[in-house]
Design a protein around this ligand. Structure first.
Ligand code: HGY
Ligand code: MN
Ligand code: MN
Ligand code: MN
Length: 396
């Protein structure tokens, strides 16, 4: 295992779910941030926090036209050890190697650690990069709430980030000449190709929606089965519809990974149910059609049970094609490296609309991600760092 991964191996371990739960500005995330600062300072890098809580570790003077590399340290609930941290650690390792070899960069360089990439606390993935680039409105972001009802503004203030300053940060953004994110692969692409490393070609369009099904809260014992308007049953049928809609549209993906019954009592027929939908497809259009299909099926399921349903968009990220010039340059510098599309979202995808961006993927032999089984062999992690170091040498 990489030394950096071993150093943080106990931070945010989730003994109930398995794996790691590292969520924005909560105990584990704050510990990881301190670790990042300490690790970067050991390399002589200057660390700063931008107005959105993203951390930048500068090798030399900040910007302009900097080569920026990095990823995130937060996780999904019960996530793996590699999604995010592998990119941050590989970036620090690659810079350490360049320094040790006496390499002198001709342009500025930074390691960037993005806040709330998974959206596990406030519901919107890539929140740090969306705020940085203005892809999310600052007022909308400030009002986001976590599961305990704490707003992003309150959480920011608590750890010393001024909520009034959250939002698009052109000064920070304009320092980035190009961005590279190394990431563990989250599917089976590199297993099938029998290769340790790939360059990313594209990211599927994806978004999150909230399905709210409303019925009539009532007593579980006193209400006959015929009398009920049970939103839990309607939601169960709607979820079967989610699967049917995606299966009927080849290449699309749709998931309900989280539901909440209100009020949530064993002997209470729920009054309403929230179910969060994650939907993805090759193109924006296909994703929209998939979601419209799901919405129609949910309406039907609600009606059959005397309930009503609404499907509300919570976030959206259009399909991304990574900067072709950069991809070609990387493919040339790295030799016979494959190019791979991904179904997972990334901060590099958000940045790609503003600055040349690229990604490297490292093989995941389990093909499983967002779960404790996510893995990368040490030799493949080293191959990833080798590739990143080579690219930094080329670009710096
Ligand atoms: O959900 C995603 O695609 C990513 O891992 N944030
Ligand atoms: Mn992830
Ligand atoms: Mn990630
Ligand atoms: Mn009672």
């Amino acid at each position: 295992m990489l030394a950096g991964l071993a150093e943080i191996a106990e931070v945010g371990r989730d003994h109930r779910r398995g794996g790691y739960s590292r969520h924005l500005w909560q105990v584990a995330d704050l510990e990881l941030r301190s670790w990042f600062v300490e690790r970067a300072e050991r390399l002589g890098l200057q660390v700063e926090t931008d107005r959105n809580g993203n951390l930048w570790a500068w090798w030399g003077q900040p910007g302009p036209d900097a080569v920026v590399t990095g990823s995130h340290l937060d996780s999904v609930p019960g996530g793996g050890a590699y999604d995010g941290p592998l990119g941050v650690i590989s970036s620090l390792e690659a810079i350490g190697r360049l320094q040790a070899s006496g390499f002198v960069p001709t342009r500025p360089c930074a390691v960037l650690m993005f806040a709330e990439e998974e959206g596990s606390r406030f519901g919107i993935a890539c929140l740090g990069s969306r705020l940085l680039t203005g892809a999310i409105d600052a007022d909308q972001a400030r009002a986001l709430t976590d599961r305990d009802g704490v707003t992003l503004a309150e959480a920011a203030r608590k750890i010393g980030v001024d909520p009034a300053h959250l939002g698009v940060d052109l000064v920070a953004l304009e320092r980035i000449g190009l961005f590279i994110e190394l990431h563990v692969e989250q599917g089976r692409g590199l297993i099938d190709l029998d290769q340790p490393v790939a360059v990313a070609s594209s990211i599927l369009a994806h978004g999150r929606w909230r399905l709210t099904v409303t019925g009539q809260g009532n007593h579980a014992g006193a209400t006959t089965m015929i009398e009920r308007r049970d939103p839990m049953v309607a939601t169960a049928q709607a979820i079967v519809g989610v699967q049917a809609a995606a299966l009927g549209r080849p290449g699309t993906r749709a998931t309900i990974g989280r539901i909440e019954a209100i009020p949530g009592g064993t002997n209470v027929i729920a009054s309403s149910v929230h179910a969060w939908l994650d939907a993805r497809a090759e193109t924006d259009e296909e994703t929209r059609l998939l979601v419209a299909d799901i919405a129609a099926r949910a309406q039907q399921a609600a009606q059959q049970n005397g309930c009503s349903a609404t499907l509300t968009e919570e976030s959206w990220a259009g399909a991304v094609q990574f900067t072709p010039g950069l991809r070609e340059r990387f493919a040339q510098a790295l030799g016979q490296v494959p190019q791979l599309s991904t179904g997972a979202g990334h901060d590099a995808g958000v940045l790609a609309a503003h600055v040349p961006s690229a990604m490297l993927f490292v093989r995941n032999p389990t093909g499983i991600s967002h779960a404790p089984e996510e893995f990368a062999e040490a030799a493949d992690c080293v191959a990833g760092i080798d590739a990143l170091e080579l690219l930094l040498r080329d670009l710096l």
